[in-house]
Design a binder for this molecule. Structure first.
Ligand code: GUN
Length: 279
């Protein structure tokens, strides 16, 4: 039976580290959080991030904007926050309402305040192995592997999903940790044959019970990044936990796995930004 990786406990440890780092700074680190519209999931995520900030001694500056906000208004707010010396990080919660360009927002946030690590400058820095910030979810996964002393070097790693936020940067971090990485996606042929080779399997596709026991190698490390809702509205991941857990060596639960780690690594990035700004 797999060891369950406790993301909640590790996130608390990371946040403790951030809090003590923040307490040594002359000025309290600051995060501006922009939420446009009334997306219920986004509201929950933003509330969680504000709570984390409070726990870590980070000041949060909330900007809740109506759904009808124009692109010009949003860009003007980002420019104001770019120039605000009390703001170390800017986070604009995605997705945005249809009429707004996420790409324009990502490009407008000053790279040294881009605590999501979404700006092409920071993505480029990551790809060449000289990151300023780390993308929160993939960094959270790497932190979990480190905590449980799971070595990536030379291991076969399979990532399911190729999003800019999770799949692609996850493959990049595993590559930089000397893993041999296969990036799979919706067009991948003979997927099960590939996943069965994985020593470390990371799933980020957003389909409930997609990863079943027959897709997993005996003794694999299974990391479930997804946050899905099943038919009865319960939060669940991509992995059919009941069938996969007996076969895996390590597994992350949903909830209580990668989710809390993503939030903790955001706090770490805000501290990094504040340290740069106060150096
Ligand atoms: N929406 C879902 N996940 C994220 C995230 O990590 N950052 C932002 N800005 N929006 C999100």
């Amino acid at each position: 039976m797999a060891i369950q990786i406790d993301g909640k406990a590790l996130a608390a440890k990371v946040k403790d580290r951030v809090r003590s780092g923040a307490s040594t700074l002359q000025r309290q680190p600051g995060l501006a959080v922009i939420l446009v519209g009334e997306n219920p999931a986004s509201k929950v995520y933003v509330a969680g991030k504000e709570k984390d900030c409070a726990e870590c001694g980070i000041r949060s500056f909330p900007h809740k904007l109506p759904a009808e906000t124009t692109q010009e208004e949003l860009m003007a707010l980002i420019q104001t926050l770019n120039n605000d010396p009390l703001v170390d990080g800017i986070l604009c919660q995605l997705p945005l309402p249809e009429h707004l360009s996420e790409d324009a927002v990502i490009n407008a946030i000053r790279p040294d305040k881009d605590v999501d690590c979404f700006h092409p400058f920071n993505v480029g820095r990551l790809v060449i192995g000289a990151p300023v910030f780390l993308p929160c979810t993939p960094a959270g996964v790497m932190e979990m592997l480190k905590e449980y002393q799971i070595s990536v070097r030379g291991k076969r790693c399979v990532v399911l999903g190729r999003s800019n936020i999770v799949g692609k940067p996850m493959a990049m971090l595993l590559t930089q940790a000397d893993g041999t990485v296969t990036a799979c996606h919706s067009r991948t042929e003979q997927l099960s044959a590939i996943t069965r080779e994985a020593d470390i399997l990371v799933s980020a596709i957003g389909k409930t019970d997609f990863v079943t026991a027959d897709m997993v190698k005996e003794g694999a490390v299974v990391i479930d990044v997804a946050m899905n809702r099943n038919a009865s509205g319960k939060l669940c991941g991509d992995v059919d936990f009941a069938s996969v857990a007996p076969k895996a060596a390590y597994i992350t639960p949903v909830p209580g796995g990668v989710g809390p780690m993503t939030r903790a690594m955001l706090m770490q990035n805000i501290l990094t930004a504040a340290q740069m700004h106060q150096a």
